[in-house]
Design a protein around this ligand. Sequence first.
Ligand code: AMP
Ligand code: MN
Ligand code: MN
Length: 319
Amino acid sequence: MNLLQIVSEAKTIAIAGHVRPDGDCVGSCLGLYNYLNENMKDKQIDVYLESVPAAFSFLKNRECAKQSTENAGTYDLFIALDCGSRDRLGFTEELFLSATHTVSIDHHISNTMFAEYNHVEGDASSTCEVLCGFFEDSCISKETAECLYLGIVHDTGVFKHSNTSRKTMDTAGMLLTKGVSASQVIDDSFYRKTYMQNQILGRCLLESILMLDGAIIFSCVSQKMMQLYGAVPADLDGIIDQLRVTAGVEVAILVREEGVQNYKVSMRSNGKVDVSKICCLFGGGGHKMAAGCTMNGSMHDVINNLSGQIEHQLKEYSE
Ligand code: AMP
Ligand code: MN
Ligand code: MN
């Protein structure tokens, strides 16, 4: 797929990511938005993001991100970034459906190839890394580089997850030459936590339980707890990573109650278990080592279903 060629043939372009945008989603959407605005000035480009977490507020043009599709009209081209399936677009799904042409650029192995043009690199660290492959290095500004660097940092957990390859490091290195302050982006967007976020982290660790002889660590955040702390889902970022590095653990599970008998599940693996496979079984998706889904039923059912699948995979692994 030649992204810049497809873009050059469109006049009006919408860029959008997935529901509950994370660092890679925000970074890739704003990165592409800035790159196109800086290098293809005759286009009318809009970027849509359900929300932009406060920790990413230093990114250029984050205030341009639209949270509503009211009076949006139809676009010549709709570009979905970091989004594995059409329904994960959320409020921009209608724009996708009405657009003349559609593109999906992603790195989720579970991607359903839902667009007209699909470019999915399952072994890329992040959508930001994939996007860099389409860009002319010399046309990337410092501000665009900051967006892309942030996305790579977030999806690799600061270059430590197994999705970090030589290409990831080369790409990040190229972005550094644009003047990005790595330590500032990493501290400001990834490590800095509010007091409230630290308190929830503390509670999740304190209330976590081990299952399957310590191969699974599980913790849950109730709606009540979210209300008590005045927390939004993004405030839980990073908690699952701390659970995952518990000695002996193969899979970490963090569950957040979204409604009555309705749970958002996040899973992380240390290598033996393919959590994307499990989340796909329950209508979600993701990557081998990091995946998510939404499940209905009692908490007991949720954890039983998940641990059963994990046990099954661990048994197969040891055979
Ligand atoms: P999370 O645990 O929400 O940080 O998600 C981990 C990975 O799985 C990310 O790459 C997500 O894009 C993906 N993911 C999370 N939830 C879902 C879902 N319901 N459907 C598809 N992919 C998901
Ligand atoms: Mn994402
Ligand atoms: Mn991503």
